[in-house]
Design a binder for this molecule. Structure first.
Ligand SMILES: *[C@@H]1O[C@H](CO)[C@@H](O)[C@H](O)[C@H]1NC(C)=O
Length: 417
């Protein structure tokens, strides 16, 4: 009798602990108070990008499934405002490393995507890089369990899926899009336009770089700076541990982080070591959604490529070492020639961004052709960190408003260096 009663209860507890209804609270300490009325369930918890944007009710969504030339399935979502402008340049959003496209959506009406749709009536295209949620298939026989699936670096992402997204946006709207990239999302724009300047002249209206990542070095105040030094030694162990798919989504770990305000703080600090610490910008009511939805796999070679660049203090193509001659015809891997980027570039930097430092953004800026320099904006907050560009509690005022202004100016050819 007792067993009949206990078993369903245990099953229910186990079952409940694996569902993904996400509790969010208004303030930090509400997460510790079981009696507060400041908490509720957020429907965005693990929702698809389409469902999230559908709920906004300001656009219609078209889903595209495309394949890159090397056989990776790529998901792109196109949002068309209800009264879309026929003249405004569309925006192509590219997400960062360790993230997926939902990073651009979690803050809802504070996001750039929402306000570009609502205020500027622009079409918005969101690209999901290979290996992230919704871009997991192939037609080349590889699966995500194969080590060879993960043998791509950020140049492959630039030349394959970013080109797919730009071509799609142009074909659907008849206008050259503006590329909006966060972190690695802008790296791939710089890579593409350095290697294929003619393609960019013909197909791209500009690049908006949120937390620009091109030049880095071991002295950046991010753990990635010194982790890179050890990466050549650690890489074989990482391969054994993850088989190319580094840091895959881990709902159990996320759940542990979300136990209470102390575990949340602990998990935030472990990320701030990489990104910069910004307590004032912490978005407590959104942290559970940010962590549940936005983290995603890192491809091993993407990580290796960045580490090579950090260790060499260069912005350069993948270093194949002994095979460089076969691949590039030179013993050293070539630099990306950012001085060839032919389109307008707007940089947005955070004063406390440990990964994309202002000093390194300045280095990039100085190498860009004078005619391509559109604007260099340091976000107006002394503690603004890397992830602030998608997560900061004051995102709308600090980022969205200035970026929307810049996008309009870029489109009209008015830029303020
Ligand atoms: C977002 O919506 C909330 C109400 O749901 C409102 O209080 C807030 O001002 C809005 N923010 C922006 C930037 O529109």
């Amino acid at each position: 009798m007792a067993r009949q009663f206990i078993l369903p209860v245990i099953l229910q507890i186990v079952f409940l602990s694996f569902t993904l209804s996400v509790k969010v609270c208004d303030n930090q300490f509400d997460y510790d108070n079981p009696f507060t009325t400041n908490c509720h369930d957020d429907p965005d918890g693990d929702a698809s990008p389409k469902d999230i944007i559908d709920r906004w009710g300001i656009s219609t969504q078209i889903e595209h499934t495309l394949y890159t030339p090397s056989g990776y399935q790529i998901y792109i979502i196109q949002a068309v405002p209800l009264d879309a402008s026929s003249t405004a340049a569309p925006l192509v959003f590219a997400h960062g490393i360790g993230l997926n496209m939902r990073g651009f959506l979690s803050l809802q009406n504070s996001t750039l995507a929402y306000n570009a749709l609502l205020q500027q009536k622009r079409q918005v295209f969101l690209l999901a890089n290979r290996g992230t949620i919704f871009s997991t298939g192939t037609n080349n026989g590889l699966t995500m369990n194969d080590y060879n699936y993960w043998k791509f670096n950020f140049e492959d992402i630039a030349l394959e899926e970013l080109v797919l997204a730009i071509n799609l946006a142009k074909q659907q709207t008849g206008r050259n899009p503006i590329h909006v990239g966060f972190s690695m999302g802008n790296t791939i724009g710089f890579v593409l336009c350095s290697l294929k300047p003619d393609y960019c002249t013909q197909n791209l209206a500009g690049i908006v770089a949120l937390a620009p990542i091109a030049y880095m070095d071991n002295y950046i105040p991010s753990a990635y700076g010194w982790l890179s030094l050890f990466w050549p030694i650690a890489q074989p162990f990482a391969k054994m541990l993850w088989n190319g798919n580094m840091m895959p989504r881990n709902p159990q770990q996320t759940k542990m982080c979300l136990t209470n305000s102390i575990t949340m703080m602990g998990c935030y600090v472990s990320k701030a070591v990489l990104f910069g610490f910004d307590y004032d910008g912490l978005n407590w009511p959104k942290l559970p959604i940010i962590w549940t939805n936005n983290q995603d796999s890192i491809g091993e070679n993407v990580f290796t490529h960045f580490s090579q660049n950090i260790n060499s203090a260069r912005f350069a193509r993948f270093d194949y070492k002994i095979n460089n001659v076969a691949v590039y015809g030179t013993p050293t891997n070539p630099d990306y020639e950012v001085e060839k980027i032919p389109v307008k570039v707007a940089l947005f930097t955070g004063k406390n961004d440990a990964l994309a430092t202002e000093k390194n953004a300045q280095k990039l800026w100085n190498k860009l052709p004078v005619g391509s320099r559109c604007s260099f904006t340091s976000v107006n907050s002394p503690t603004f960190a890397h992830d602030g560009f998608i997560n900061n509690k004051n995102l709308y005022t600090l980022v969205v408003q200035p970026v929307l202004t810049t996008v309009s100016q870029m489109e009209q050819g008015i830029c303020n260096p």
